[in-house]
Design a protein. Structure first.
Length: 576
C-alpha cells in the first residue's frame, strides 16, 4: 500500500470516528442551540473555514433566522433573511452560494465562495449550514463535503428530536399549569358553593384573580333586574354611574381589547390601565363583564389565561346568580305565605256553610284564577227571617280586587240589620265605593231578597251579568236585569230599580260571573258563550242545584283546556 493510500485511509478512519463521536454527543443532546453550535464548530475546524452560520427556516413566515454565527460581526447582526429557492435547491445536499438566483443576497458578500448544506429530515426542511471558503481558498474535496453532509444529517435528526422534546416539555408545562388551574377552580367552586353572601363571593374572586394571575387592576359588573351593578373592583374608579356601567356592558363582546378609541370614550379604562374586557354568558345570555389590567410581571395574557379568567368569573357569577335566586325564592315563599293567609281570610268572608233557605235548594261556589280574587257571593239571613243572595265581580284580579271585595262584604253586612230597601241600600253602597276607590275600579253587583212565605224574590241588578231564570216546563230563559249602573262608576244620579219574581216549585235561577260565559278556549279563539251555558242548564235542570253547579264548572274547565284566566262564581237556587 502506498503512503498516500495509507494517509487517505487514516483520514477516513479519523473522519468516521469524528462522525461517530459527534453523532453520540448530538443525539444525546436535548438543546437545539447546543447542537447548532457544535455543528458549526466541527465544520469550521474540519474544513478550515473562518466563517459559518446556521440558517433555520420559519415555516409560518417563510423566512430564515440566523443562529450560531461565527467569524464575522456583520454576520451576527443579521437576524432574518429570505432566500429565493425552488424545490430542486431543497433536494440537493449542498450547493454553492453563487448559484443562488438572488445575487443581491447579503450572504454573498459576507461568505464569499460559500457553500449551503441542507439541514433536513425525511419529512421537513429545517434550514442550512452555510460556510465560507477555505483559508487557503482551495476548493472543498469530495471527502470534506461528504463529511459535513454526514454531520448535517446527524445534526438535523438531533435538532428535530430536540424540537420534539421542547414541544413535549412545553406541553407538559402547559398541562401542569392547566392542572394547577383546574385544582384552583375546583377548590374555589367548593368555596363558592358554601357561600350565600355576595360580598364574600366577590372578595374571594378578587383574591383569586390577584393571586393566580398577578392582576392588580380589574372590575366585575353584573346585570340584575334593576340594571348593571358593580360587584367588585381593584384600582378601578370613576365608573360608578349607571350610564358608564351600561356602556361598559354593551361595549364588550367575547373578548374585547381596549383600543385607543374605547379608552377615550370611557376614560376610566385608560386611567385604571384596563387592557381587556371579557363577557360572561349563561345559556347564551350575557350576564356579566370582567375588565382586567396588565399583569404585575408585565407578561401578556395568553389564551390559557383568558380561559382561566372566564372559568373563574363563571364560577363567581354563577354563585352570585344563585344568591339572587335564593333571595327571590325566599321572597316568593314569603309572598306565598301571605297569599295563603289572604286566601284564608277571604274564604272566611264567604258563607261557610251555606245556610239552608226554606223552600229553596241552594248551592254556591267561587273559584279564583289567582290565590285571591275579586269575585264575591253571599247568603245571609235578614232580621225578619228571610234571606238575601248576592253575587259580585270586582274589576281586576289579585290583592286589589280582593280588598275591594272585602269592603263590599263589610258594607253589605253593615246595612243588613237596618230596615232599608234594596234600592236605597244599593245607592248607599254605590256612593261609598265611588267616593273611596279609584276611577278605574268598579263592581258589577246583583243581589236579591227571598221571602220564603210568599216565594217572592225581589232583586236589584247593578250592571252584573243578568242571572238566568228557567221556569218549570219551559225551555226559554228570562234574564233578571232590572236595576241600574254598576257600583263605583259614578255617583248615584237616578234611583236603582227593583223587581219582584215569584218562584214556583221547579223554577231555577242561575247567577254567574263573566268568568263563566267569557271563558276562553285553549287556543284563545272562542269564548264559552251563553248558548253553551243554556245547554248545560237545560240538560241538568232536573238535578239538584249542587249537581248543576258542578256540571257548569266541569264544562267550562274542559272547554278552556284546564286553563283559567278569570275568577268563576256561581249562585244557583231552585224552588221546591
Amino acid at each position: 500500500m502506498t503512503p498516500s493510500h495509507q494517509n487517505a485511509r487514516q483520514r477516513s478512519r479519523l473522519d468516521l470516528k469524528t462522525v461517530l463521536e459527534t453523532s453520540r454527543v448530538l443525539i444525546e443532546a436535548k438543546d437545539v442551540q447546543f447542537v447548532l453550535e457544535n455543528l458549526v464548530r466541527i465544520s469550521m475546524g474540519k474544513l478550515l473555514v473562518s466563517r459559518a452560520a446556521i440558517l433555520l427556516y420559519d415555516d409560518e413566515r417563510s423566512i430564515y433566522s440566523v443562529h450560531a454565527a461565527k467569524g464575522s460581526a456583520d454576520l451576527k447582526k443579521i437576524s432574518t433573511l429570505t432566500l429565493n429557492l425552488d424545490a430542486e435547491d431543497l433536494d440537493q445536499p449542498h450547493f454553492q452560494l453563487k448559484d443562488l438566483r438572488d445575487t443581491s443576497n447579503k450572504l454573498n458578500s459576507l461568505l464569499p465562495g460559500g457553500v449551503l448544506f441542507n439541514l433536513r429530515t425525511s419529512t421537513s426542511h429545517l434550514g442550512f449550514l452555510v460556510i465560507s471558503q477555505k483559508f487557503t481558498q482551495n476548493d472543498f474535496t469530495e471527502e470534506e463535503l461528504e463529511f459535513v453532509e454526514s454531520l448535517c444529517i446527524i445534526s438535523s435528526t438531533a435538532v428535530a428530536n430536540s424540537r420534539i422534546i421542547d414541544q413535549l416539555n412545553q406541553a407538559n408545562r402547559k398541562l401542569d399549569q392547566r392542572i394547577h388551574e383546574l385544582n384552583t377552580l375546583f377548590d374555589l367552586s367548593k368555596e363558592f358553593n358554601l357561600l350565600s353572601n355576595r360580598d364574600k363571593i366577590s372578595r374571594i374572586f378578587k383574591f383569586a384573580l390577584m393571586g393566580q394571575l398577578l392582576i392588580r387592576s380589574f372590575f366585575l359588573i353584573y346585570r340584575t333586574g334593576d340594571g348593571i351593578e358593580m360587584l367588585t373592583s381593584s384600582n378601578f374608579s370613576g365608573a360608578s354611574s349607571p350610564d358608564i356601567l351600561q356602556k361598559l356592558f354593551d361595549s364588550t363582546e367575547e373578548i374585547t381589547h381596549v383600543t385607543e378609541e374605547l379608552g377615550e370614550s370611557i376614560p376610566s379604562l385608560k386611567t385604571s390601565g384596563i387592557c381587556s374586557l371579557i363577557s360572561i354568558s349563561v345559556q347564551g345570555r350575557k350576564i356579566a363583564v370582567i375588565g382586567v389590567g396588565h399583569r404585575a410581571n408585565e407578561k401578556p395574557l395568553t389564551e390559557s389565561d383568558y380561559n382561566f379568567l372566564k372559568s373563574l368569573a363563571n364560577l363567581a357569577v354563577n354563585s352570585i346568580q344563585r344568591t339572587y335566586l335564593l333571595e327571590e325564592r325566599i321572597e316568593k315563599e314569603r309572598m306565598e305565605e301571605e297569599l295563603l293567609l289572604a286566601k284564608s281570610i277571604q274564604n272566611r268572608l264567604l258563607p261557610d256553610p251555606i245556610p239552608d233557605v226554606k223552600g229553596l235548594d241552594l248551592s254556591a261556589i267561587t273559584v279564583s284564577s289567582y290565590q285571591v280574587g275579586g269575585d264575591y257571593f253571599d247568603v245571609a239571613e235578614t232580621p225578619d227571617g228571610n234571606h238575601i243572595f248576592a253575587i259580585a265581580d270586582v274589576t281586576g284580579k289579585g290583592f286589589p280586587a280582593a280588598l275591594l271585595m272585602a269592603n263590599l262584604q263589610s258594607m253589605l253586612h253593615i246595612l243588613l240589620p237596618f230596615d232599608i230597601t234594596l234600592t236605597l241600600a244599593t245607592e248607599r253602597i254605590n256612593d261609598l265605593i265611588f267616593a273611596n276607590t279609584p276611577s278605574d275600579k268598579f263592581i258589577t253587583f246583583f243581589w236579591g231578597k227571598y221571602h220564603h212565605n210568599t216565594r217572592v224574590f225581589k232583586y236589584v241588578n247593578a250592571g252584573h251579568n243578568p242571572p238566568l231564570l228557567l221556569r218549570k216546563g219551559s225551555d226559554n230563559f228570562s234574564e233578571l236585569s232590572e236595576g241600574g249602573l254598576l257600583l263605583g262608576a259614578m255617583e248615584s244620579m237616578a234611583p236603582y230599580e227593583s223587581k219582584d219574581v215569584t218562584l214556583e216549585p221547579g223554577d231555577l235561577v242561575v247567577c254567574f260571573t263573566d268568568g263563566v260565559n267569557e271563558a276562553q278556549s285553549e287556543d284563545m279563539e272562542e269564548e264559552f258563550g251563553m248558548e253553551r251555558l243554556y245547554e248545560v242548564i237545560r240538560n241538568n235542570r232536573n238535578e239538584r242545584s249542587s249537581v248543576i253547579r258542578d256540571k257548569i264548572i266541569k264544562s267550562v274547565t274542559e272547554f278552556a283546556g284546564g286553563h283559567q284566566f278569570d275568577d268563576v262564581t256561581l249562585v244557583i237556587f231552585k224552588a221546591h
